[in-house]
Write a protein that binds this ligand. Structure first.
Ligand code: BGC
Length: 750
């Protein structure tokens, strides 16, 4: 046996030498296709040495006990590594720890194939940025690319090769807690954000020491879970799938995303993890995706309760044949594939293909050249939570804040208010600030709102504090003290919302109100008559009609990450003029859900005077705050739209121009939004579709002419016969600062 190992070691060394040598030829021919074929040659040389069991091991991803995100089925993952039964590990990070695990794979397995380390680096690794939904409200693609870049710098310095992000699921139902992890309700914006995040994670390219592989998830349509209940069934027409849900995943793949994760849900009766239409026909054949597909956590095992497979073997075969390369945590590939091949029920070639896709990424990452290259303690120390990363986190956080209301100019606050009361269960809630899915973020390092405010005011301001109540129970015993505190103050900042873990995975809600007794607390404090600002922290839209009707100033802060408190204070005191705009509609009542700006008109559009039109008896159709909405401390006005031509042909582009003026007294940023409406089609079209935007900065009194180019692609859709293209006819085009208040013009497409 020993002798065998020695021989194999030598063969392996030879392979490595050949592989490295081939890698060294880079300079002689650097075209992408020759680089690809060089990697393919190296992959094949390793594949040729592998036993069937070892191949299946490469298709297996297990969690380590370092940081677990679900039930751990196998705790003996270290033995699995030694036995060559696992090719990738997740939830393990840290230069030192990943090196130790890597040593097991490299030194103690027969073929010494290095492990791939993955982790949910969703909105920062150590330095935590705003939750993705919050960050999307910045509409600042550079900010989002940069936060993903920094996350990759930190993650890769801690031995990680792969992040399970970005989540590209369009989400239009705020009951679904995972809305927090995405970019909101809009397909166009979601696509641009998906690209930005992939570019950020993958940086200069796979193999750069500070890059990680991106993973587009959850493929597909996970965000459309029925009734907003997590993991629930998804069912939609192919048209809606392709028009609304697929484009952000596709944009991420076109931006070069290396991997894709399947979703938990079924789609049209077939769970995504066993869905060949999604994983092979669309992903690989239509979109030419060449990376590998990993399942979500135990989702091959979940093919059993879904009722689509009756045992381990049929579940494993269904997934592999659908095009799923790597099994996360179910262990079904390990348990079943070898036997299936030996019995002639499964082609080994399918396994080889999957192994190739995975090994290719390991080669591209440089792991065959140096398996420890990402596990460097010195780099880890000098990288994580650097000052410049914290500064970027603060900047991104303040840009993500949305000012929902500001009557009587309550905001910005003066820094020399005599007594300022900071009240509420989210005022000094350190743990909550970093939100859900906060990777290796250390919540003890997060800055609370109270701390941010104290750091911002001058010494002449006395800052008072009272918790008022807990986030989610029915105790009112702290109310009296909070009311007393409010009464002593000149201004009250009241911080309410959700707990971080009421959002994210497995955090669906049927109500969208403030949890616990917080609403009562707001009402009690409001009775003091003091000038008041409500600061919201939450991972989804909330139904806050009463607050909107009764409180003069409302600031939406989501969960802003490590620098949350400083960022909120920057906005409250006017050191930063808020510029965020909602990327998701705020309903007035949960019964309006799903509600989004790009609805269809129906045959009976709402008419208040006609009962038999599309509306509710007990609530308006209008949202509380529309998509794209957000205020500033200055004001912007929009001039009329001018068009380069009143009509265009199918070969033309159209230039659309609008003058935007800062009519207030402060410099400020505005997100100028462009929407279109195709009035008549062979299939009905949404009343508005976002097609472009620009975020601009204007000094007081300054005007800018903003020009957008509308392309034929912008006007295209899936027509009656499912071909993608335009149809001649009349279009309306709108420009404005949110999806409701817009200037309008019309043109013809001939
Ligand atoms: C989530 C994924 C995540 C995975 C690994 C699952 O429960 O749905 O988004 O990447 O766990 O932690």
């Amino acid at each position: 046996m020993k002798k065998y190992h020695a021989v194999m070691n030598r063969i392996y060394l030879l392979v490595i030498v050949v592989a490295i040598f081939t890698g060294c030829q880079k300079n002689s021919n650097t075209s992408p296709s020759s680089a690809n074929s060089r990697v393919d040659g190296r992959v094949d040389s390793v594949l040729a040495l592998m036993t069937l069991e070892e191949k299946i091991g490469q298709l297996t991803l297990f969690t380590s006990d370092y940081d677990v995100t679900g039930p751990t089925i196998r705790e003996n993952y270290k033995d699995d590594i030694k036995a060559g039964k696992v090719g990738a590990i997740f939830n393990a990070f840290g230069a030192d720890y990943t090196r130790k695990l890597q040593e097991i794979a490299v030194k103690e397995t027969r073929l010494h194939i290095p492990l791939l380390f993955g982790y949910d680096v969703i909105h920062g690794h150590r330095t935590i940025f705003p939750i993705p939904l919050g960050e999307s409200c910045s509409w600042d693609l550079n900010v989002m690319q940069q936060s993903a870049r920094i996350a990759a710098e930190e993650a890769s310095a801690e031995g990680l090769h792969w992040t399970f992000a970005p989540m590209c699921d369009i989400a239009r139902d705020p009951r679904w807690g995972r809305m927090a992890e995405g970019a909101g309700e809009d397909t166009y914006l979601g696509s641009r954000i998906a690209e930005a995040r992939v570019k950020g994670f993958q940086g200069e390219g796979i193999g750069a020491l500070n890059s990680v592989l991106a993973c587009v998830k959850h493929f597909a349509a996970y965000g459309a879970a029925q009734a907003g209940r997590d993991y629930h069934t998804t069912d939609m027409s192919d048209r809606v799938l392709r028009e609304v849900y697929l484009p952000p995943y596709k944009a991420a793949i076109d931006a070069g995303a290396a991997t894709v994760m399947t979703s938990f849900n079924e789609l049209d009766g077939i769970p995504a993890t066993g869905n060949k239409y999604l994983m092979t026909d669309i992903l690989r054949k239509e979109w030419n995706f060449t990376g590998f597909v990993v399942t979500d956590y135990t989702s091959i095992m979940e093919l059993l309760p879904h009722g689509i497979a009756e045992d381990t073997a049929s579940a494993a075969a269904l997934a592999l044949e659908a095009g799923v390369d790597m099994d996360m945590q179910a262990g079904f590939y390990n348990d079943a594939l070898e036997k299936l091949v030996k019995e002639g029920k499964l082609k080994e070639g399918l396994i080889d293909e999957a192994v190739r896709r995975i090994l290719r990424k390991k080669f591209e990452l440089g792991l065959f050249d140096d398996p420890y290259r990402y596990s460097n303690v010195e780099r880890e120390k000098s990288t994580v939570m650097k000052k410049e990363f914290l500064d970027a986190a603060r900047d991104g956080a303040r840009k993500s804040i949305v000012l929902l209301k500001n009557e009587k100019q309550v905001l910005p606050l003066s820094k020399s208010i005599k007594r300022l009361a900071v009240i509420g269960p989210l005022a000094d809630a350190r743990r909550e600030m970093i939100g859900s899915w906060s990777a290796a973020g250390d919540w003890t390092k997060a800055v609370t709102l109270l701390e941010g405010i104290k750091a911002a005011v001058t010494s002449s301001t006395q800052v008072l504090y009272a918790r008022g109540c807990n986030i989610n129970d029915d105790t009112t015993k702290y109310f009296a003290q909070a009311i007393q505190t409010a009464k002593q103050a000149d201004v009250v900042v009241l911080a309410v919302g959700e707990a971080a873990l009421m959002t994210g995975e497995a955090a669906s809600r049927t109500a969208l109100d403030l949890p616990g007794v917080q609403q009562k607390l707001v009402e009690e404090i409001q009775k003091t008559g003091k000038p008041m600002v409500v600061v919201l922290s939450n991972g989804r839209p909330l139904t806050i009609n009463w607050i909107n009707d009764n409180i003069p100033a409302i600031v939406e802060t989501w969960f802003l990450g490590t620098q949350a408190g400083y960022a909120i204070a920057d906005v409250l005191f006017g050191d930063y003029n808020p510029s965020g705009k909602l990327t998701v509609t705020f309903p007035r009542a949960v019964g309006q859900v799903p509600i989004h700006y790009s609805m269809k008109n129906t045959g009976r559009p709402m008419d208040a005077n006609n009962k038999y039109t599309s509306k509710y008896l007990d609530e308006s159709n209008e949202p509380l705050y529309p998509f794209g909405y957000g205020l500033s401390y200055t004001t912007f006005t929009y001039g009329d739209i001018s068009l380069s031509s009143p009509q265009i042909t199918q070969q033309d582009e159209l230039k659309v121009t609008c003058k935007v003026t800062n009519t207030g007294k402060r410099a400020g940023e505005e997100v100028v939004q462009l929407y279109i409406h195709d009035l008549v089609g062979s299939v009905t079209r949404p009343v508005k579709e976002l097609k472009n935007f620009q975020k601009i900065m204007l000094q007081p009194g300054e005007s800018k002419e903003i020009t957008f180019t509308i392309t034929q692609h912008d006007l295209s859709f899936y027509r009656k016969d499912m071909s993608f293209g335009v149809e001649p006819g009349k279009f309306e085009v709108y420009i404005g600062g949110n999806s409701r208040d817009l200037k309008k013009a019309a043109f013809m497409l001939r």
